[in-house]
Design a protein around this ligand. Structure first.
Ligand code: GDP
Ligand code: PGA
Ligand code: MN
Ligand code: MN
Length: 584
């Protein structure tokens, strides 16, 4: 199979000349092809078959031990003008970037097969969807992209019809961190990634295309590409409202997207539309409409258990690719928090498990599974128009400071609330874990251009519509002095979402505070919740002196953006400071 699209044909030939593969395989995305490639992956050891009885069609992939998470320090945005990438990104010029990375691609596929994967991000018939083509020499990437995107024939047909597509070139190279780079050329709609097989670095449709390149496209075309889950919340009266929420990696998106209402909240239902990425467009009705560009979930395994996320656990017992989890004696996948009665015998590196040597599953071990396997999958997941968003929720992991929930005064203040998100780092990226860092809109690793221009773009929506969603901030991760979480989280988070939707409907009460509107303890439904009144009080109060320090930190952070900073964010910050000072 080749293509009628001459630009695509020429690019594939050009890449083949550079990388010198033994064979070229154009993927059609069929079941037969998937089965055939699976057999090859089993033969090469890229995948290991798990217990056929308990986990039919489930496979384990072990990545190189130095290649287990996104590598932000090796990720670049290559724009003509350095300012366009902004202080939030690593930058080198496009000419230098191509030179440097092409020298690594030179001959890198010798002895290997080069796979050409046409894919579509978003429902194939959606005007909001966008296509790309990834060229890769990794079977794990091919098989994962088949799960995570609409990959194959239909995508190629759309590319041939529309003409445009994002180009992504990937090779695992020699997996050496010294020769690992993830480069983006937004002006050319191009991605080049070498030296890593890790999902976020190698499944180019996901972070590289659907966030970094798409955020750039979205700016010039008037929409938003965001690191957000999309969830439908159905109340006991049967009314469903959609919420989009941006939390940094490993801070609870997949869990919230698949939440199971607590037994004490009968009649509520939760419908999953997406768990990681949302593309948001203004509809003719002035509302923000969201699609999930992905077709699968690439979720964090540790912590996924029968109490925390049974919906996820239940979808993982067939047709799932696991990466870097442990294995039980009878070849079932295992990770911390999965199931108390099972024990791991092999760790994520493939060695006999020794508890002294660390966890059995890597803290950033993952599952890759088709969205249709999710019991709570929304019937609107495939809707070409997407779903209308009532509330945007920002959040992060903050042991201290950030209350359980607060509401922004209006859209502009909401942009400040998003821009001021900070969160403790997690195992989803290499580097120290548990360090608070600024992560605006949970997009620090993913915004494909200057954050200041991005905030200006966000602020601009206020001029275009008066029906924008309300904006909120949540924190499920407050801790006591002993490092215990003081909010039960998971299913109980629905109580907070109930208040949020009540605010959108105009039925829930709030008190005004310097940082925004907050529920008084009596405004939050805590019926049958096993929690002390003091704890609720602590979760719903703010410490003005600590917040004053936080505002100083936000100011110092914004100062890095110099003249690019939109005036409106400084004004919002000043308004907050004045309100706080009145309380001190
Ligand atoms: P994502 O990477 O943003 O999709 O985050 P996940 O939903 O996969 O969650 C990452 C980790 O945080 C997992 O170990 C979860 O068990 C844990 N987690 C998710 N939601 C909560 C919560 O409400 N409270 C607490 N304490 N942990 C949570
Ligand atoms: P996550 O997705 O947000 O679910 O962790 C992967 C990532 O962000 O690297
Ligand atoms: Mn993510
Ligand atoms: Mn997730």
């Amino acid at each position: 199979m080749t293509t009628k699209n001459e630009a695509l044909q020429a690019w594939v030939e050009e890449v083949a000349q550079l990388t010198k593969p033994d064979r070229i395989h154009w993927c059609d995305g069929s079941d037969a092809e998937y089965k055939e490639l699976l057999q090859i992956a089993l033969a090469t050891g890229d995948l290991i078959e798990l217990n056929k009885e308990t986990h039919p069609s489930c496979y384990l992939h072990r990545s190189h031990p130095t290649d287990v998470a996104r590598t932000e320090h090796l990720t670049f945005i290559c724009t003509q003008n350095r300012d366009d990438a902004g202080p939030n990104n690593n930058w080198i010029s496009p000419a230098e970037g191509h030179d440097k990375i092409d020298s690594l691609f030179d001959g890198c596929m010798q002895g290997r097969t080069m796979y050409v994967l046409p894919y579509c991000m978003g429902p194939i018939d959606s005007p909001l969807a966008r296509c790309g083509v990834e060229i890769t020499d990794s079977l794990y990437v091919v098989l994962s992209m088949r799960v995570m995107t609409r990959m194959g024939k239909a995508a190629l047909a759309r590319i041939e019809r529309d003409g445009n597509f994002v180009r992504g070139l990937h090779s695992t190279g020699d997996l050496s961190p010294e020769r690992r780079f993830i480069m983006h050329f937004p002006e050319e709609l191009m991605i080049k990634s070498i030296g890593s097989g890790y999902g976020g670095n190698a499944l180019l449709g996901k972070k590289c295309h659907a966030l970094r390149i798409a955020s750039w496209q979205a700016k010039s075309e008037g929409w938003l590409a965001e690191h957000m889950l999309i969830v439908g919340i159905q109340n006991p009266e049967g009314l469903t409202r959609y919420v989009a929420a941006a939390f940094p990696s490993a801070c609870g998106k997949t869990n919230l997207a698949m939440l199971i209402p607590p037994a004490t909240m009968p009649g509520w239902k939760v419908w999953t539309v997406g768990d990681d990425i949302a593309w948001l467009h203004l509809g003719e009705d002035g509302q923000l409409w969201a699609i999930n560009p992905e077709a699968g979930f690439f979720g964090v395994a540790p912590g996924t258990g029968p109490k925390t996320n049974p919906t996820a656990l239940n979808m993982l017992d067939h047709d799932t690719i696991f990466t870097n989890v442990g294995v039980t004696a009878d070849k079932q996948p295992w990770w911390e928090g999965k199931n108390k009665s099972e024990v791991p015998v092999i760790d994520w590196k493939g060695n006999p498990f020794d508890p002294a040597g660390g966890p059995a599953a890597h803290p950033n071990s993952r599952f890759t599974v088709a969205a249709r396997q999710c019991a709570s999958a929304s019937e609107r997941m495939e809707d070409p128009a997407g779903v209308p968003i009532s509330a945007i929720v920002f959040g992060g992991r903050r042991a201290e400071l950030a209350p359980l929930v607060f509401e922004a005064r209006d859209w502009k203040h909401g942009v400040l609330v998003g821009a001021a998100v900070a969160s403790e780092t997690t195992a989803a990226a290499t580097g120290a874990v548990g360090v608070v860092r600024r992560d605006p809109m949970a997009m620090q690793p993913f915004c494909g251009y200057n954050f200041a221009d991005y905030w200006t773009h966000w602020l601009g929506f206020a001029e275009k519509s008066s029906k924008l969603p309300k904006v909120f901030h949540v924190n499920w991760f407050r801790q006591d002095g002993n490092g215990n979480f003081i909010w039960p989280g998971f299913g109980e988070n629905l109580r907070v979402i109930e208040w949020i939707l009540g605010r959108c409907e105009g039925t829930a009460n709030a008190v005004e505070t310097p940082i925004g509107y907050m529920p008084a303890p009596s405004d939050l439904d805590t019926k049958n919740l096993d929690i002390e009144a003091d704890t609720i009080e602590a979760l719903l109060s703010i410490d003005p002196a600590a917040w004053q320090k936080e505002l100083d930190d936000i100011r110092d952070y914004f100062n890095k953006y110099g003249e690019h900073m939109p005036r409106a964010l400084w004004d919002e910050l000043e308004t907050t400071r004045e309100a706080l000072e009145a309380k001190l």
